[in-house]
Write a protein that binds this ligand. Sequence first.
Ligand SMILES: [Zn+2]
Ligand SMILES: [Zn+2]
Length: 350
Amino acid sequence: MEMKAATLTDIPKGIKVVEMPVPEISENDFLVKMHACCLCYTDIKACMHGKHFYIELNGLPWVPGHEMAGEVVAVGERVKDINIGQRVAVAPFSPCGQCPPCKLGSFRFCFKAPDSFVKPGGFAEYFKVPGDGALLRTLLLPDNVSYEEGALAEPVACCLHAIRKAVIPLGGDVAIIGAGPMGYILMELAKADGAARVFMIDIDENRLEQALAFGADEVINAAKGDANRELRLRTGFMGADVVIEAVGTAETYKMALELARGGGSVSFFGGLPGGSTVEIPGELLHYQELTITGTSSFSPDDYQKALKLISTGRVDVKRLITHRFHSLDGVLEAIELSLKKEGMKKMILL
Ligand SMILES: [Zn+2]
Ligand SMILES: [Zn+2]
């Protein structure tokens, strides 16, 4: 049986919808019919620069998409706990739970993660999921969670991973640099985690207005003046207890360190382009006694909890979806829109 998949064949943006066989499953896999897959900035970076660990391992062609949900349509005999007809969201890869990093709880660094990739990728009509530890990577969607909300459990899990590691003090001030979709999720989670005030910092006035509408306590436009001075004025000359960098540039990395109060913490969430260096005044690190954390991706527990936060309404992901496409042809358009910084999350629905 044939299916369609949005496939990257050339860098940059060489994306075409091509026919390919529906993946055959072994007794250890299960097959999902994709109903929702959301474009992520990681996909865009991969399509523009070829920077993605899957491409580095296997080269092109490659089918992007890793925020996905759908219906289970076939299950190998040896796969436990997964049944035909279940509505699921699936993590793009899964830790083995057995290797040394997994045993330390550092699932992100699982030695066997590359073997667990969903194939071909989320922007395909069907994808195959290795069934080992199926329930670690698979969310069974409750009736009140739609496919598109289920697909967004992935970015929520990434944000949750960062928030947990940053450790927000109850009643603390949190500054988030970058009022994009991830910034909004981080904002909601920071509030749920006990922040008294969340300051959103960006250079785009529209995004800051949106941030206020979505519940930010204060916004600061860094294009209009010294963001650090502004933050200090509004925090009794303290600075933020926790700063989260959600842009991914050398400039904003530096800004994050300056915004933190003495003894505060800084979370580097935004991914920097490969080969980037960040110049940091040494005294800032030493005399300011900062705690610095960096996070990327998430653990199975973050993923499970992300779904719970969505299904209970603690995190509203639906309002982040600004564009919906009902065909895989929409992937390229979604990328073009994102490059022009138009809208927020772009969803492909089949
Ligand atoms: Zn993502
Ligand atoms: Zn492992």
